[in-house]
Write a protein that binds this ligand. Structure first.
Ligand code: CTP
Length: 422
């Protein structure tokens, strides 16, 4: 997701060739080049002649700090595409217009982007963008099938939605830059210990109705759980996010099941836990709910001076999964404390049989709710205790998944790119 754009895994110091072909969506590619650069990638932009009708090479040079490449035969001679192809960790073509898709499917070598595709062994992402009738054309569909099935390129998108000059609503629109950046992140990550696993994440607060318009809730934004879901998807997992009410955008590639109450969250988790290879309980679940929520809005004149809410206990979702967790699965819990961090964390680790417990102190600056950073201590079931420095929630998510990967019996560090994740 387009969170804080500071250099971070998996983009940091990786080489991305961004191919830009002719299409109105090319204006969004400047944003992609800028974001990837700010995430730490070294971005070489190659433009077709048609792309230059829509956006100038200079715009890309301004955001990447590197020359934009427009000619197959450059000052480097005929070797430019060979070098680009060899050095690339991923090649991403966005937007990919119908003409480019046809030429790539034929293996043509008539421009810098197509020749680089032939010269590379890195994963290739193709992000189609065109009018919806063109996209639906049987020839375009056949070309895309050829790219994905025969050449193992990843076709990323398109989305549905408004197209240029207000025409059409069907699939054809290029995905948003942050979604393409996430897909690039997944391709850069390559094979990991989480590739192909099922990951279940709970996130956000729950809301427990008091009456038709009021609820008992808490200050959780869901950021930590959403960051974990996004990071697990980048590592190749099939991710389901069971989310209480959160204003955050659903991470790209992640299935979301939205719930309101603890009991709804409990039902969804119970239905999915047996399939999960990794479960992360990051939600801030309300432990109690009003015992008699009112169907209509309560009126002050009826309530009077004093209102006492009677609450009953909600299910403990994590505890309820103890007997149904898949054998060999890894379970991660969270504990947000204001007092006695260590003893409370250890009690939760043991009581809910977590493999790893992520604890933090809500009273510390930069930790807890409604901030992008966190300072956590990791308590392992093995007894190890790891205090971590203050870092972004995205980085905390990566650190947690590193530990999960080790627990899954693999030392995959999520930083290799061998093209196997194509
Ligand atoms: N949890 C859960 N269901 C609940 C409450 C908590 O699944 N009803 C999970 C949380 O997602 C977290 C862990 O259990 O991973 C600990 O949650 P926390 O709210 O810190 O602790 P509680 O067990 O509720 O204890 P307390 O509120 O007394 O600290």
């Amino acid at each position: 997701m387009a969170a804080a754009l500071v250099p971070r895994r998996p983009w940091k110091d990786r080489r991305v060739v961004l191919g830009v072909t002719g299409g109105i969506a090319a204006y969004k590619s400047v944003q992609i080049a800028r974001d990837l650069t700010r995430l730490g990638a070294i971005v070489d932009v190659a433009l077709t002649r048609a792309a230059q009708k829509f956006v100038a090479p200079l715009s890309f040079e301004g955001v990447t700090g590197r020359p934009a490449l427009t000619h197959l035969f450059s000052a480097e001679g005929a070797a430019l595409h060979i070098r680009l192809g060899r050095e690339a960790d991923v090649v991403c073509v966005a937007p990919a217009g119908a003409d480019f898709i046809a030429r790539a499917a034929q293996g043509r070598a008539d421009d810098l982007i197509c020749t680089t595709l032939l010269a590379t062994r890195a994963p290739v992402l193709v992000c189609p963008a065109m009018n919806d009738r063109m996209f639906a054309h049987a020839q375009v569909q056949a070309n895309l099938r050829h790219l994905s099935e025969e050449l193992c390129y990843q076709v990323v998108g398109p989305a549905e939605g408004a197209l240029a000059v207000g025409e059409g609503q069907g699939p054809g629109r290029m995905l948003e830059p942050w979604q393409i950046e996430e897909a690039v992140g997944r391709a850069l990550t390559g094979m990991t210990a989480l590739s192909g696993t099922r990951v279940l994440v709970t996130a956000g607060p729950t809301r427990e109705a008091i009456d038709a318009v009021r609820y008992v809730g808490n200050r959780s934004s869901g950021r930590m759980g959403y960051a974990l879901a996004a990071a697990a998807w980048r590592r190749g997992a099939d991710v389901t996010l069971v989310s209480g009410p959160s204003p955050l955008e659903v991470p790209f590639g992640v299935e979301v099941v939205r719930v309101e109450t603890a009991r709804e969250m409990d039902d969804v988790v119970a239905a999915r836990i047996e399939e999960a290879d990794v479960t992360v309980f990051a939600a801030a679940v309300a432990d109690y709910r009003p015992s008699e929520p009112k169907e209509r809005k309560m009126k002050r004149r009826d309530v009077g001076d004093d209102l006492t809410l009677s609450l009953v206990e909600n299910p403990d979702i994590a505890l309820g999964t103890l007997s149904s967790r898949k054998a060999g699965s890894v379970c991660v819990g969270f504990a947000l404390e204001t007092d006695d961090l260590e003893s409370n964390a250890l009690a939760k680790l043991e009581g809910k049989k977590f493999d790893l417990l992520v604890a933090n102190d809500a009273t510390e600056d930069g930790a807890g709710f409604e901030v992008d950073t966190n300072r956590v201590t990791l308590f392992h079931a093995s007894g190890e205790r790891e205090p971590m420095p203050l870092m972004s929630k995205d980085d905390v998510a990566e650190e947690i998944l590193d530990r999960v990967s080790v627990l899954r019996g693999d030392i995959g560090d999520g930083s290799t790119s061998d093209g196997a994740a194509r």
